[in-house]
Write a protein that binds this ligand. Structure first.
Ligand code: TRP
Length: 338
């Protein structure tokens, strides 16, 4: 039996951080052996909010691709490509947008949040574009271009994906195949179980909050950043008794990056006042640096061989388009286009 298809994408926001790695990429790396995976950089989706800030857009596409490759997305197994290189997706987006009731997108809570954030950032008078309203429809087109059945996403994307299933069902009802079977799969989300990695200040990790550690950061930068991480605010002297529940960041990182025994030792020593916060974070930095050393080395290789990265994307695009064209030729027939 052929493998189930997975499609997932990320917007090119620049160099990715450890939260992306743990929350998304590591999961993709594991899935690629069991599924037929299509991973793409969603540069059209980037335009939904940043249409006027495109100076770094194409460089950011490459940054994201390099991070993926460094982390272990294998271009010989998975298909890696850039969204805007697949015109079939734009065409499918047109058909899907015709059958999507306006109220469906207007109700999308994730879209409402995006609009709110945009207005906070850019001012209350900011116009929400027609393209931004179409965000979940374009996302549906991404997925349905390959008639995928599984989509690994975070919680925040579930609302969009629900619209995708509604759109797929509606398409299947409107445009019947000859034998009456449904043409499109109703794609199911695949959530990751990994706990969210907070930023160095204890709030959500994000590029714009200046509290992230990049996958591509070198050892010194990582150590310097971790040394600034928040710990139990009541501990001032080294022998003050600690409370790991109040340690906002460092102990949480230990729980994610440390093995069971180390985490137990850290807790025990902290509570007895036998472990200073500075030493503790220095040790933590070592553990994180060791984990990411091979990934960072691989990333440096790709930085120095950018043509190789571009070739991988080109090959991925070619492969993806062959599949996309199969689906679109069926769709055109079903819609009864000229
Ligand atoms: N909206 C997704 C995000 O912001 C990115 C994305 C675009 C996507 N198209 C997709 C994810 C299709 C999965 C499938 O993370």
């Amino acid at each position: 039996m052929s493998k189930q298809k997975i499609v997932s994408g990320m917007r090119p926001t620049g160099k990715l951080h450890l939260g992306h790695y743990l929350g998304v990429i590591e999961n993709w790396v594991n899935l690629q052996y069991d599924y037929d995976c299509y991973f793409f950089v969603a540069d059209w989706h980037a335009l939904t909010t940043k249409y006027d800030k495109t100076e770094d857009l194409s460089q950011n596409v490459l940054e994201v691709a390099m991070d993926w490759l460094a982390c272990g997305i294998d271009p010989d197994i998975s298909t890696i490509y850039v969204q805007s290189q697949i015109p079939e997706t734009a065409e499918l987006n047109i058909y899907l947008s015709m059958i999507t009731p306006q109220t469906w997108v207007e109700r999308d809570p994730t879209l409402k949040d995006m609009a709110k954030i945009l207005k906070t950032k850019e001012g209350a008078n900011t116009q929400i574009s027609y393209g931004l309203m179409g965000y979940p429809v374009l996302m549906s087109a991404d997925i349905m271009t390959f008639n995928a059945s599984v989509v690994p996403v975070g919680n925040d994307q579930l609302a969009h994906l629900e619209i995708t299933r509604d759109i797929a069902r509606r398409f299947n009802n409107i445009y019947k195949t000859e034998n009456g079977t449904a043409f499109f799969n109703e794609p199911a989300p695949k959530l990751t179980q990994i706990p969210l990695l907070c930023g160095l200040d204890g709030s959500k990790m994000g590029k714009s909050f200046n509290n992230d550690i990049k996958i591509s950061d070198d050892e010194q930068t990582t150590t310097k950043k971790i040394m600034q991480a928040v710990t139990d605010p009541n501990r001032i002297k080294r022998d003050d008794l600690g409370d790991t529940d109040k340690c906002e960041v460092a102990y949480k990182y230990w729980q994610i990056f440390g093995d069971i025994d180390t985490v137990a030792t850290v807790k025990c020593e902290c509570e007895k006042g036998e472990r200073g916060c500075a030493d503790c974070k220095k040790q933590l930095a070592c553990v994180i640096n060791a984990k990411f050393a091979p990934i960072r080395e691989k990333r440096r290789y790709y930085e120095e061989h950018i043509d190789e990265v571009k070739l991988i994307l080109e090959k991925g695009t070619q492969k993806a388009r062959v599949e996309a064209q199969k689906v679109l030729s069926e769709v055109r027939k079903l819609v009864k286009m000229y």
